[in-house]
Design a protein around this ligand. Structure first.
Ligand code: MLT
Ligand code: MN
Length: 310
């Protein structure tokens, strides 16, 4: 199974368009210690010919350009895409806006929970996905789902979805619905992905906390992509670039006693990769102390075009 990181940054990308925080400024200077990243997405394939995209980033067009195997090749028909399907783990802008790039009557399968399919269905801009060509297939929690190509042949890749702590997408928050803004289980899911060779990995780009059951699930796994949004829960507030904590945004932080580094140190994971990294996170900088700490604890920081073979 082949995995490509199309985009390693959180919503807004790195550097975020309106962010003038030193981290973002360094990325604009194009220094080698601050490598820009597009918004959160990975692509998975059994054969490097047919691909499934996990989350459709607003930067999808650039991501295709950066990963030519995701574009038609000279031998393909006049209209063709190697993208057989798109799987959504939530309805965040950074995970859904890229669907709009996939318009114009091209066949692909769109997989998401009924909750996410429903909000996409209600938003008429997504009508650009012609239902004659785009099959919407509901993901049912805890059920194994085989990913098929556009001719309905099994790709060799299957997913097992499960709900993780989190919240409804920012653009769907309803303050009248209390503390968690009306969030339900199907708003934030993670995926256990299995390839034709039976190798498995976990894809968890958003997660608000790590309960005991999740630790048990991830123990002894080969590869985990995990929510790396913030280094510190209050880093945006402390640095005067925002008013929200990570907890408020539905993201656990990397550092601290309750952070993902410390908690996931309790279990054994062969390869740990942070993904969905915010423009303010100092671990983005290759020479930062925070990067060193993450590395010492066995973590890699995902970057665009990173490739992993399982
Ligand atoms: C998030 O991950 O919290 C969202 O992508 C935020 C956003 O929509 O900007
Ligand atoms: Mn996001």
């Amino acid at each position: 199974m082949f995995i490509k990181v199309l985009g390693a940054a959180a919503g807004g990308g790195y550097p975020q368009w309106n962010c003038n925080h030193p981290n973002s400024r360094l990325a604009r200077l194009k220094t080698s210690n601050a490598v820009p990243r597009t918004q959160s997405s990975i692509a998975v394939s059994s054969d490097k010919k047919k691909w499934f995209i996990f989350n459709a980033s607003p930067d999808l067009r650039q991501q295709l350009w950066d990963n030519p195997e995701l574009m038609p090749s000279p031998d393909d028909p006049l209209r063709y895409s190697p993208i057989m399907g798109v799987i959504l783990t939530n309805a965040d802008v950074d995970h859904t806006a890229g669907l709009i790039n996939l318009r114009e009557s091209q066949k692909f399968n769109l997989y998401a929970t009924n909750r996410v399919l429903d909000v996409i269905g209600k938003n008429s801009i997504f009508n650009v996905l012609n239902p004659k060509f785009v099959k919407k297939l509901p993901i049912k929690l805890a059920n194994i789902l085989e990913l098929n190509d556009t001719e309905d042949n099994f790709s060799g890749i299957s997913i097992k979805p499960f709900s993780v702590p989190g919240k409804v997408a920012l653009w769907l928050e309803d303050e009248s619905k209390g503390k968690n803004f009306g969030s339900v289980e199907e708003d934030t899911i993670a995926l256990e992905v299995t390839g034709a060779n039976n190798k498995k990995f976990f894809y968890i780009p958003a997660c608000a906390s790590i309960p005991e059951w999740l630790l048990t699930k991830l123990d002894n796994s080969e590869l985990v992509f995990f929510d790396g949004t913030l280094w510190q829960d209050d880093e945006m507030i402390k640095q005067n670039v925002g008013i929200k904590t990570g907890k408020r945004m539905g993201h656990i932080s990397m550092s601290g006693e309750e952070g993902s580094i410390e908690i996931l140190n309790k279990i054994n994971i062969k390869r740990k990769v942070f993904i969905h990294i915010n423009t303010t996170n100092p671990a983005l900088l290759e020479d930062s102390n925070e990067r060193k700490i993450a590395k010492e604890n066995g973590w890699e920081i995902a970057y665009d075009t990173m490739e992993i073979k399982l």
